[in-house]
Design a protein around this ligand. Structure first.
Ligand code: ZN
Length: 506
């Protein structure tokens, strides 16, 4: 080794030790080593991660459990040692913390003003990064003085009118958003006209999206995504069930899609959302592609940009396969007949609305397949209210469906990994019963604890009895836990009913 080589090597070492200091750096280094097929380096970085950040990021244990890329290491003794140590860290960290249990009973103020429908003209200027919006909202004031909205903070309101007369409102773009899902929003308060009843109110405003930096939102030339999280339309947090029509105009070479049914009419794109919901997602790109599959009257659509055509085909095939599987398993026919998967370019995350999923992915992989397993589960499990703890009847059941889909389509080892991840995610979660749906703690309770409850029930009563019960729940379109427990008592007996009730409150 000459002097030059030694210096270079030393410099590399210095830069490595200086740079590789965050948990993410170690993780990325491990990922890179893994991709290069260098097992020793992978374990070297994984162990650095564990030594320096293992306790802090102990929850990553479940991510490691199901990460498909790391599976080739599972037979290595070093992997077992790494995972055993991570699990111990996780349990130690959890056992020190008290379980946070935010509660909210279903008793809702049914007399709050809501929006029942929107009819919107949306002009998108890609070059200027601006929107011009003319929105008619059918508002039921229910005798109240005003209704509160959140609107994109860099908006200029031209006017708000009822029966061609100006309506009083307050909008201060410097005021902090009151909706914690919409960080870049500002409060808009609208005062009711004298009647304080059902009113068609027209709002005209423009939005400047230069500084857009919100979750699941984008105003870049190759990817435009507008929706709830940046409040391009006035969002009232009590309005969960409105229908809508959005007429979009945009630069000529752009293709448009969204959370409703989208059709092109000349220069405009018409999106109708005839089913109730709380979001209006609009996406556009010059490279937007679509693939559809219709089978026995059911249509799946995949919308994508930076995603291989062959992968879009695979996604459609997987949707159909999951649908056939669940039809055999739950006997009843699915209550949905339309599902659109939007493949979002970028890293991480997804959102789920009625008949519409936006999922971040670059390729069709195991994660994508399991996401399909969950989402297709909602073709059966979508009847309970989504904004209370009763949502476990949707999410817990869909997550359980996914687990069973994995059990029947993947190897035993893979299933064991997912089941353990579910158990570990549920381990320190708060009870399902009356958990506040809006609190972050609700996720593990409704999804993981819910799925695990069903899985454990299947093992307790036996698969035949269990799936007979599930078929009955699907057939009866059970929408509340009270009805579920009554049905459980009738079919499985009093002991099992009490067992379910206890698990919900545990
Ligand atoms: Zn779901």
């Amino acid at each position: 080794m000459n002097k030059q080589t030694i210096i270079t090597a030393l410099l590399a070492l210095v830069s490595l030790t200086c740079l590789a200091q965050t948990a993410n750096d170690y993780w990325i280094a491990a990922d890179k080593a893994l991709a290069a097929g260098n097992t020793d380096s992978t374990f070297y970085y994984l162990n650095l991660f564990r030594e320096h950040f293992g306790r802090q990021y102990a929850a990553a244990y479940t991510t490691f459990l199901t990460d498909e890329d790391y599976r080739i290491l599972h037979n290595d003794a070093r992997w077992t040692a790494f995972m055993d140590s991570m699990r111990i860290y996780k349990h130690e960290a959890e056992d020190k913390l008290e379980i946070v249990y935010p509660r909210k009973t279903v008793m809702e103020d049914s007399n709050v003003p809501t929006v029942n429908r929107y009819d919107i003209q949306l002009d998108i200027d890609v070059e200027k990064k601006t929107l011009a919006v003319s929105a008619t909202a059918q508002i039921d004031f229910k005798g109240r003085e005003c209704i509160d909205f959140t609107l994109w903070k860099h908006s200029v309101v031209n006017h708000i009118r009822y029966k061609k007369k100006d309506l009083a409102y307050t909008f201060d773009s410097t005021e902090k958003s009151t909706n914690h899902y919409i960080q870049q929003g500002a409060p808009l308060r609208l005062f009711a006209p004298n009647s304080k009843g059902n009113c068609k109110v027209t709002l005209e405003y423009t939005c400047n999206l230069d500084s857009l930096d919100s979750w699941m939102s984008s105003m870049e030339k190759d990817w435009i995504q507008l929706g709830y999280y940046m409040a391009w339309f006035p969002i009232n947090s009590d309005s969960r069930d409105f229908t809508a029509n959005v007429s979009v105009s945009i630069n000529e070479n752009y293709m448009v899609s969204g959370s409703g049914i989208v059709e092109r009419h000349g220069k405009k794109w018409e999106m109708s959302q005839p089913w109730g919901g709380f979001d209006l997602q609009i996406v556009a790109s010059p490279n937007l592609k679509s693939k559809k599959m219709t089978d026995e009257g059911r249509t799946f659509e995949v919308i994508y940009t930076d995603f291989a055509d062959a992968d879009a085909d695979s996604a459609l095939v997987a949707c159909n396969k999951a649908l056939q599987f669940y039809t055999r398993l739950f006997k009843t026919n699915p209550s949905n007949n339309y599902m659109k998967f939007l493949v979002v370019p970028g890293r991480g995350g997804g959102i789920s609305r009625k008949n519409f999923i936006a999922y971040t992915a670059r390729r069709f992989n195991e994660n994508f397949k399991t996401a399909i397993g969950h989402e297709m589960g909602h073709f059966w499990w979508n009847k309970a209210p989504t904004f209370s703890w009763e949502d476990w009847l949707n999410e817990g059941f869909a997550e359980f469906s996914m687990l069973w889909y994995i059990k029947c389509h993947f190897s035993r080892h893979i299933f064991d990994c997912y089941l353990e991840a579910c158990r570990e995610n549920a381990r320190h979660a708060c009870p399902i019963y009356e958990v506040d749906r809006d609190a972050p703690e609700a996720y593990d309770a409704l999804y993981n604890k819910g799925a695990l409850l069903l899985y454990d029930l299947s093992q307790k009563v036996g698969e035949e009895k269990f799936f007979g019960f599930m078929q009955g729940v699907a057939e009866r379109e059970i929408t509340s836990t009270e009805k579920l427990l009554k049905y459980a008592e009738n079919t499985l007996g009093r002991d099992e009913k009490e067992w379910i009730e206890n698990r919900l409150k545990l």
